[in-house]
Design a protein around this ligand. Structure first.
Ligand SMILES: [Zn+2]
Length: 153
């Protein structure tokens, strides 16, 4: 199976999350460290493709989520995942991976200790988002808490 492409469309994020990601990108731009959305919404197919890395395909283990509905059983290989959702928040449009841009406009992947990631995590938390940096996934930010109720009409 070839790689299902990354989705970089802000419009495919959940509207409540999209608002916060747009604010986040504006905040970082103003701070002089522009970031770009590198992946937002993720299909179940792509989640499964990522899960296969390091398992049925050579590569590093990239995720513990295989993208299927439901939760992991008590027998899952990783104890901390047992009973947890098998779907990534990306599949609900509630997570985004963002990367800093170099002056030439290209995405840049700094080391995990780089201050750009600290800046991202701080800005994300100040908007009420969860920062993936807290569990070693620096580019990742996700929505937390209750979603606003859908407006009628
Ligand atoms: Zn992510």
């Amino acid at each position: 199976m070839s790689e299902p492409l990354k989705d970089r469309d802000l419009a495919k994020l959940h509207p409540a999350f999209r608002l916060k990601v747009e604010r986040l990108l504006e905040t970082l731009q103003r701070a002089g460290v522009p970031f770009k959305l590198d992946e937002g919404f993720r299909s179940r197919e792509r989640q499964g493709w990522l899960y296969a890395s390091g398992r049925t395909r050579p590569g590093n283990i990239l995720t513990q989520k295989d993208g299927a509905p439901g939760v992991w059983q008590k027998t899952h290989e990783v104890a901390s995942e047992r009973g947890k959702p098998r779907r990534s928040r990306h599949q609900s449009g509630l997570a985004a991976d963002v990367y800093p841009l170099k002056s030439d406009g290209r995405v840049w992947i700094p080391a995990a200790s780089h201050e750009a990631w600290v800046l991202l995590a701080t800005a994300a938390r100040s908007l009420g988002l969860r920062a993936g940096r807290d569990w070693g996934d620096s580019p990742h930010v996700e929505y937390q808490g209750a979603l606003p109720k859908k407006e009628k009409g």
